[in-house]
Design a protein. Structure first.
Length: 396
């Protein structure tokens, strides 16, 4: 697809309407999105709780790139391309594990966790090791969430840090326990997954379990009075309540809202799931919803966190990783039941996955025309506009 064709497509985009078919189905346009959105912004990779000990690592696969996310000796986190500086072999062959040193399986060059080349056997005396460290990518963390950026120059991380820290701090994610990780592959364009999680227009009909936990999710109940009362309690308990919206130049959204009175957690029966996390003392923290464009969503209640990492595979395929985090002291069988913990978001997430796939199927047909967003879909408009703006920047 030529630059002029992309320009034309973008200029045809009607404000307040869903995107044209090509934005969801065209592989060349996806290639352009990859460059202008995914290669330039901070991407959520995972949680530090997934790599608690020095040398613990996991691989984040992004298109052809594979990034090793590894814990250093002092708790710090590094991110390197999984390619050897000798002749390019993949170094880590497993998707996760523990490595005191990163040793290439081909000719055994040895790297430290920070990517420094320590040993390159049988190389000449004048071989300069310093020039052959692993190629690292930008990595930063906010309260136990790991973000990477594969751009040469990463955008400022400060805004993400500033807006998410007050919401995340009470959970003490860095010390938390990973209770479960589940991966899904959806036959849908990645933006449809993102759009779906930015509106609750569909919730009343699609999510009976979610609507019985969250008051107002059906868009039929007035929650203003309850929210105002709860906000006072939350503020008195030192919990963040200030709404963060995505504005030009920023990528984060954060909100806290109440559970239905009497509901203690995100659970099918409304009862608590585990012990309160981190510094939470009770089951009264409501729900926090955090987003970072383009690929991070998270919902949390007093006793657990559910993170969602979205990864673009191709125009019609999206990988989704769910991760459930609980307090470090929670003991399975005693304090929580694993099936009860994962059930709520498995049910709700699978309902959403189905909606996204249905959406994609309709968009693929020749009959698809962009349609108007409802006023309650304002966050979807915000997201779609953000994507378009990033692509415009990419064109420049
Ligand atoms: S390719 Fe890694 S040591 Fe040769
Ligand atoms: Fe949904």
């Amino acid at each position: 697809m030529k630059k002029s064709q992309i320009e034309e497509l973008i200029s045809r985009q009607k404000p307040g309407f869903s995107l044209e078919q090509a934005f969801y189905t065209n592989e060349e346009l996806l290639g352009f999105e990859w460059k202008s959105i995914w290669q330039t912004n901070w991407l959520f990779a995972g949680n530090t709780a997934q790599i608690p000990r020095a040398g613990d690592y996991f691989i984040y696969n992004l298109q052809k790139d594979a990034i090793i996310i590894i814990r250093g000796n002092k708790g710090e986190v590094y991110a390197h391309y999984n390619t050897c500086a000798h002749r390019g072999s993949a170094i880590c062959l497993e998707q996760k594990g523990n490595a005191a040193k990163l040793i290439c399986p081909y000719h055994q060059w040895v790297y430290d966790k920070d990517g420094t080349l320590l040993n390159a056997r049988m190389m000449p005396d004048d071989f300069c090791k310093d020039e052959f460290n692993l190629r690292s990518v930008h990595v930063d963390t906010v309260e136990g969430l790991i973000f990477i950026c594969i751009a040469d120059e990463a955008p400022d991380f400060f805004n993400i840090q500033k807006s998410l820290t007050p919401y995340l701090a009470p959970f003490q994610i860095n010390d938390a326990k990973v209770a479960a990780i589940k991966n899904y592959t959806l036959r849908a364009n990645w933006k449809l997954v993102a759009e779906n999680f930015r509106e609750c227009y569909h919730c009343g009909a699609a999510h009976p379990e979610y609507c019985s936990a969250v008051i107002g999710a059906n868009l039929r109940e007035d929650t203003d009075v309850l929210t105002a009362t709860k906000q006072k309690t939350w503020q008195a308990n030192g919990l963040a309540t200030e709404l963060v919206e995505v504005t030009p130049g920023t990528t984060t959204y954060a909100v806290r809202y109440p559970l239905r009175p009497g509901v203690e957690s995100y659970s099918v029966d409304g009862k608590k799931i585990s012990i309160p996390m981190g510094t939470h003392k009770d089951y009264d923290a409501g729900v926090i919803g955090l987003v970072n464009y383009p690929n991070f969503w998270m919902d949390a209640v007093s006793d657990y966190i559910w993170t969602m990492r979205v990864t673009v595979v191709n125009a019609s395929t999206t990988d989704v990783e769910f991760c459930w985090l609980i307090d470090k002291n929670a003991v399975e069988g005693n304090d929580y039941d694993l099936n009860r913990l994962t059930e709520f978001w498995e049910i709700t997430g699978e309902q959403d996955g189905q909606l996204c796939e249905n959406n994609f199927r309709g968009i693929e047909t020749n009959g698809y025309r962009p349609g108007p967003y409802a006023p309650v879909e304002d966050q979807v408009i915000n997201f779609v506009n953000w994507c378009v703006e990033e692509m415009k920047k990419g064109l420049r």
